[in-house]
Design a protein. Sequence first.
Length: 125
Amino acid sequence: MDAGYVYDETPEIKTETDIENLEWASGGFHDARIIKEELQEDGTLYLRFDGTWGCEIEVWFWGDLEYDTSSRDPELYDPYWFGSTVILHDGFVCFVDDDDMTVDQITKDYCYFKARHMKYRIIPD
């Protein structure tokens, strides 16, 4: 019955269904925090989250990358996310650390990421 199913270990966010799948798998990033942030030589931003219920999550962003994580700097602020929003807008994927956000609400007061591409990998606990 599942012979036609192809598992993708690192799905890219391209559709609203992809966003829903990430939302379900991550629990909306509730209680998540960034434990690793690395801008790679090719311009790809790599993040690793822990604190999500039942898993850790790796996320990659690339292509016209813009981001700001200063509002979650653990030396100054609470690093834990309470929720998240992923938005597809004008060829970009936007990811921000609050629920029910819109593109025009995203400012440097939030931890946010914007790029042409976003993919992720779930790492079960």
